[in-house]
Design a protein around this ligand. Structure first.
Ligand code: PRP
Length: 186
């Protein structure tokens, strides 16, 4: 995999602009603040892709909240396909028993990662657990996932930016774009 020195040269198309993302994140924050009024939330972000989304979303929620971070990786599979077997690289740092948990994800693709994580986290007896995903790619779903909040439904394209990577690169783009095939075919 060879990325250009100027990352923009590897972008075929901008799918979601910085402004569209910011407006959607603000809207999600408002909805979540209204839906959980009077309660205290725990936001659990799944590294690394959801880092920018988590950072922006938490500042659009007006309720008292805590944050926690998990990191997982899937066993086997390829760089673009997850296998469904998930290994926890970093676990929660505080118990979630009795808490209202919002699981913050950048993208739901096959659903296998979240399927595993939801089962794992439900085992820790939270009061509630709801998924908030910025991007949903329903065309690739292999397992149905209950999604409480979704930012955008996107087509089955190779997307990068706003946290999403290819080969760990491109996460720092401020928009979500489609990667030029040349960048992953070479
Ligand atoms: C991405 C994303 C989800 C998962 C979704 O993470 O953040 O966790 O893939 O795919 P799925 O629905 O097919 O399971 P990735 O494994 O690329 O790690 P990263 O967040 O560190 O980039």
């Amino acid at each position: 995999m060879k990325h250009s020195q100027d990352l923009l040269d590897d972008v075929q198309e901008v799918l979601l602009t910085e402004e569209q993302i910011a407006a959607k994140v603000a809207e999600l924050g408002q909805r979540i603040s209204a839906d959980y009024a009077g309660r205290e939330l725990t936001l659990v972000s799944v590294l690394k892709g959801s880092l920018p989304f988590m950072a922006d979303l938490m500042r659009r929620i007006t309720l008292p909240l805590r944050i926690d971070l998990m990191e997982v990786s899937s066993y086997g599979g390829t760089s673009t396909e997850s296998s469904g077997l998930v290994r926890i690289l970093k676990d929660l740092s505080a118990p979630i028993e009795g808490r209202d948990v919002l699981l913050v994800e950048d993208i739901i693709d096959t659903g296998l990662t979240l399927n595993y994580l939801l089962r794992y986290l439900r085992g820790k007896n939270p009061h509630s657990i709801t998924v908030c995903a910025l991007l949903d790619k329903p065309a690739r779903r292999l397992v149905e996932i209950p999604i409480g909040y979704v930012g955008f439904e996107i087509p089955d394209a190779f997307v990068i930016g706003y946290g999403l990577d290819y080969g760990e690169v491109y996460r720092n783009l401020r928009f979500v774009g489609v990667l030029r095939p040349e960048a992953y075919e070479s």
